[in-house]
Ligand binder design. Sequence first.
Ligand code: NI
Length: 256
Amino acid sequence: MIFETHAHYDDKAFEEDREALLASLEKNGIGRVVNISSDLRSVEDSLSLAERYPFVYAAVGIHPSDTAELTDEDLEWLKEKCSHEKAVAVGEIGLDYHWKEPEPKIQKKWFERQLLLAKEVDLPVVIHSREAAKDTLDIMKALHAEECGGVIHCFSYTKETAAEFLKLGFYFGIGGVVTFSNAKKLREAVEYLPMDRIVLETDSPYLSPEPNRGRRNTSLHLHDIAKKIAEIKGLSYDEVAARTWENAVRLYRIGR
Ligand code: NI
């Protein structure tokens, strides 16, 4: 069985076949899913999916690109959602300097406040960090992110940067990008990372691995990602599935 640590099944890309797709996952070897929210609406939707499917859990948090209009009241509301029995993380939160919208100052403010929230409610964080490695690390160090722990989702930096996140005890979400022909640096980072720090993710509906690059992604494509990691690490597919499952269970602190 494979543990999907990061998907967005509340996305409108799944409007047509969401229920059928989710219902098909277990018999296709996908045993757990953490649905990740990105804005206020998707916090509700993620929790409602988690309530309806025993194998689905939710991360609640606001993506950096959606922080422009957040208020103190929203953060209070988010804090209440953290106590839901199927909320397993705060996320995705972080910094996105590829889309500098809203401006970095605002992104940083809400990254910091949601990181502090995670520590307060004692949940791990799911971090989105794009073209913002230095600021992400600076904030994580300053606020002692190692105390709550979490995962760097869709890790896409170099192995030197991976070493810095490793020092903070974080996990690394590896997804479809690892199969892309131009992702040599990422494959080097995966080769470098200890096997007990890697978790599998798709970021569905985005970032489909080869040979489905460019099409809608689903957790069914995790098999292609696991195969690629097995190849890089010189392990069997089954071993990658089992080890990453153990890691995900530890990361999200849920039963095996
Ligand atoms: Ni995502």
